[in-house]
Design a protein around this ligand. Sequence first.
Ligand SMILES: [Zn+2]
Length: 204
Amino acid sequence: MAGKTDNDIELVVSANLPTAFGTFRITGFSDHVSGKEHVALVMGDVTTDEPVLLRIHSECLTGDTLFSLKCDCGFQLESALAAISKEKRGVLLYVRQEGRGIGLINKLRAYALQDKGLDTYDANVELGFKPDERNYGICASMIRLLGIKSVKLMTNNPDKINQLEDLGITVAARVPLEAGLNRYNKSYLETKLHRFKHMLTEVE
Ligand SMILES: [Zn+2]
């Protein structure tokens, strides 16, 4: 049986998922354009008029599951789930676009260039990619399929807000999400601040 679809994103299945941050509903989506599978962790009723606390998290194998200190992804993932759990209502979209959309192996190629002194922005460009290849259309579809009317977006990235609004999503507020600054990711976060124009107050 086919699920609901929105621009080739299909909501396939939902199930309960107990986690260290409380019990969520996990919803699985098939992306019929890329062939990727994405998930949303949902807590509480997110279909009411009250803006929903939302984190859009792009997959980062090294940061999310291998304890990398080279970026802040794992720390942001934990902080976002903790914030949703505290509010007892919210959504985390876990989007399978590794390395700002360039894929795992290319991200590791970019890391190798960074070992030679390039920053994350220039390394992606050196490999022939845009500095950020992520597609937020997938996220807008997932938001609509979940019945969310407006969001309080946990992000430091103003471009994410602009792209979502251009895609018709109402962003009622921005909630800063700064976590996990350490000596290994300091220069990465400085690049996010200065070259990707992220709003970061802990890095200067
Ligand atoms: Zn990362």
